[in-house]
Design a binder for this molecule. Structure first.
Ligand code: URA
Length: 451
């Protein structure tokens, strides 16, 4: 591997302070300095803040992405199957990966999915998976490769060998308040996707009350940047811009979202028998993302074909079996995957919020539900905080549902939360519900597709 002339901190910080763009060698030199710990953290952090404030040109974003990927190891050798992944910018009740990954793998794709943890108001797939007793998210690169070759599916976290440069840069950006920059976010996310050895990637960039971005314009900018840089790095890519004003599905919280995913995948569940109508938003987004993955893979030609493949795999139990095989491969005892809901941690306390009037639920504010979950301990405020897998909220009533005064709107699950936190959570959850006299119009989740 070519090594770059060592770059001096003073030279790069002076260039950025003067508003000059860095060249390719300087950016690769910076990534190498981070990997080899040549600079103290305060110098790396200062340059990151200079990037955040002075901005990065499109070329700088591309080089930073390539440099971070170059110094971060790579998964490879999955065989001839088409390899694809999905990445979401994060939302409330966004357990889509839990069903999409096994579904796509059951249709013949390789899905090596590197996921993250919850932070602030957004949940994390790794925390959800760890609600399953025994599930191991810390896989070595060799173990990931073996598993993907055998099953077409692995879900795991980033390690020092995989994405070490991003781990360090992301932690520093988080500590100094330099996360919110589309160029830095693009380099962070796409460099990790390059490590996965993918053929294609589909992004779900959310906007609204429960997303990092409140406006569609901000989400559109990031979506364009993610898809554009991915393509320049040789991946096939799509980005969906999706609305995240209300929680997706009915479950918010780790064990609850695993339970919901299980029902979604299980051919014997009431949810499947009702054509997933109870979780129509979750279903539509799952199928929309699957469709883009299958189009990129050349497996499907139109939406009708995607839906028929998906229904066949879900209806026959093939997607559920793929999920169960992954659990066993990643450390879960063989009896658990067959009877999973019985093994999830149960809350020691359950509370209910009830409808204050007759009518229809017209809106559920994702931010209010996420704040409630934060107080229940289902999400974490800081990276080092622990998490309560049993905590969360089950939305018994969703937008569009008819209610009578006194009906249960939502079940609040808590174990470790204090009495005071439970009370705050109940207030947030009830405050998140709005009502109307007439049924509200259903608005679709997928707003734009950037191809
Ligand atoms: N998620 C990431 O992986 N990186 C970022 O910079 C932001 C969100």
């Amino acid at each position: 591997m070519r090594t770059f002339k060592p770059v001096e901190y003073h030279q790069l910080i002076a260039a950025k302070k003067a508003g000059r763009f860095l060249n390719r060698d300087e950016i690769f030199g910076f990534a190498e300095a981070v990997l080899k710990n040549r600079w103290p953290d305060y110098q790396v952090a200062a340059l990151l803040m200079a990037f955040r404030l002075a901005g990065l040109s499109p070329s700088e974003v591309l080089w930073l992405t390539q440099a971070m990927a170059r110094y971060s190891g790579r998964l490879a050798g999955f065989g001839s199957r088409f390899t694809a992944d999905k990445h979401s910018s994060g939302g409330v009740g966004d357990g889509i990966s839990l069903v999409l990954a096994p579904l796509a793998a059951s249709l013949g794709l390789n899905v090596p999915m590197m996921s993250g943890r919850s932070l602030g108001l957004t949940g994390g797939t790794l925390d959800k998976l760890e609600a399953i007793p025994g599930f191991n998210v810390q896989l070595t690169p060799a173990a990931i490769t073996r598993q993907v070759k055998r099953l077409g599916l692995a879900m795991f976290g980033q390690t020092k060998e995989l994405a070490g440069v991003d781990r360090k840069l992301y932690a520093l950006r988080d500590a100094i308040g330099a996360v919110d920059h589309a160029g830095l976010v693009t380099a962070s996310i796409v460099s990790k996707k390059l490590i996965e050895g993918l053929d294609a990637i589909v992004f779900d960039v959310k906007f609204g009350r429960g997303a990092i971005f409140s406006s569609v314009q901000e989400a559109r900018n990031l979506a364009g940047s993610l898809a554009g840089v991915s393509k320049k790095c040789g991946l096939r890519a799509r980005a969906l811009v999706t609305l995240m004003d209300e929680p997706l599905g009915r479950a918010v919280g780790n064990a609850l979202e695993i339970q919901q995913a299980w029902e979604f995948l299980n051919p014997d569940s009431l949810m499947q028998k009702n054509d997933w109508e109870d979780v129509w938003d979750f279903r539509d987004l799952t199928l929309g993302l699957l469709h883009e993955m299958l189009l990129l893979a050349g497996v499907s030609r139109d939406r009708r074909e995607t839906e028929s493949y998906a229904k066949r795999s879900l209806g026959s139990g093939a997607a559920l079996r793929k999920f169960q095989e992954m659990l066993e491969a990643q450390g879960v005892s063989p009896t658990v995957p067959r009877t999973l809901p019985g093994h999830l941690s149960r809350p020691s306390k359950k509370f209910f919020i009830r409808a204050p009037r007759n009518g229809f639920v017209s809106f559920i504010d994702a931010r209010g539900i996420a704040m409630a979950c934060l107080h229940l301990g289902a999400l974490r405020r800081r990276q080092e905080d622990g998490i309560d897998h049993s905590a969360g909220i089950w939305l018994a009533k969703k937008t569009g549902d008819k209610v009578k005064k006194g009906d249960i709107l939502a079940e609040i699950h808590a174990t470790r939360a204090s009495r005071q936190d439970c009370k705050i959570a109940l207030d947030y959850a009830l405050g998140a519900y709005r009502f109307s006299g007439r049924p509200p119009r259903r608005s679709g989740v997928i707003r734009e597709i950037i191809r």
